[in-house]
Ligand binder design. Structure first.
Ligand code: PGA
Length: 253
């Protein structure tokens, strides 16, 4: 069954103490008013071990924002998928456009990260999306297709079935510019068609495809109403419990 998911991406925000407070606030709000979707909170590595015991695991899954492309060893400053999993985290964002742009993560590197995340029982939330110039040039579909082919389509159907995809048009991230509901649906349907061509209808129908990029309480309902939009990956609006809850509530009738 295709899952409805709202996932937060804190990026490089919140000290440990602030993160603990925020996660407690989100947990309390969801205990009081149960969500109608899966909720994921992705935090900086150093928060993971402290926040996982603070959430009700039937309501919130904790995730990392990245992991290393190597299993273990002399890679100073890196954090492995096994280390992430050992904190109790269940998810791992991979291929975020900020990682691709600022840390030069290529499809080859991401392919390794996806395999290591899966091998350690983590659910990758794999980000794809075009930059503004690519959208203006009308080549957004080719860009997204090559990201899927470059880092995911090597997987077996069974492993692919464990992946969550997040479509994040880079021009919409943190800019206040949201893709229109039509632009989001068009790309999500395109992604699902590519998944179907590669893995068949059943796998494509089961695949959760999230939208990311300036998603907020005021536009979440309209975005999520699209047949191929299965939720959101939320940056800025995940840093305030009330805003994040507002987006989660978009799944309620
Ligand atoms: P935003 O970020 O919601 O702040 O636009 C989304 C993301 O980068 O995941």
């Amino acid at each position: 069954m295709r899952k409805k998911i709202v996932a937060g991406n804190w990026k490089m925000n919140k000290t440990l103490q602030e993160g603990i407070e925020l996660v407690k606030e989100i947990n309390t709000a969801l205990e009081a008013d149960k969500p109608a979707c899966d909720v994921v909170v992705c935090t900086p590595f150093i928060h993971l071990a402290s926040v996982t015991p603070l959430v009700n695991p039937s309501l919130i899954g904790i995730g990392a924002e990245n992991c290393a492309d190597k299993e273990s060893g002399a890679y100073t400053g890196e954090v492995s998928a096994a280390m992430v999993a050992s904190t109790g985290a269940k998810y791992c964002i991979l291929g975020h456009s900020e990682r691709r742009a600022y840390y030069h993560e290529t499809n080859e590197i991401l392919k390794e990260k996806v395999l290591l995340a899966l091998a350690n029982g983590l659910t990758p939330i794999f980000c794809v999306g075009e930059v503004k110039d690519e959208r203006v040039a009308g080549i957004q579909n080719q860009v997204v297709e090559s990201q899927l082919e470059g880092a995911l389509f090597n997987l077996s159907a069974e492993d692919f079935g464990k992946i969550v995809i997040a479509y994040e048009p880079v021009w919409a991230i943190g800019t206040g510019l949201t893709a229109t509901s039509e632009q989001a649906e068009e790309m999500h349907a395109f992604i699902r068609s590519k998944v179907e061509a590669k893995y068949g209808k059943a796998v494509a129908e089961d695949c959760s495809i999230l939208y990311g990029g300036s998603c907020k309480p005021s536009n979440a309902k309209e975005l999520f109403a699209n047949p191929d939009v299965d939720g959101g990956l939320i940056g800025g609006a995940s840093l305030k419990a009330a805003d994040f809850k507002g987006i989660i509530d978009a799944w309620k009738k």
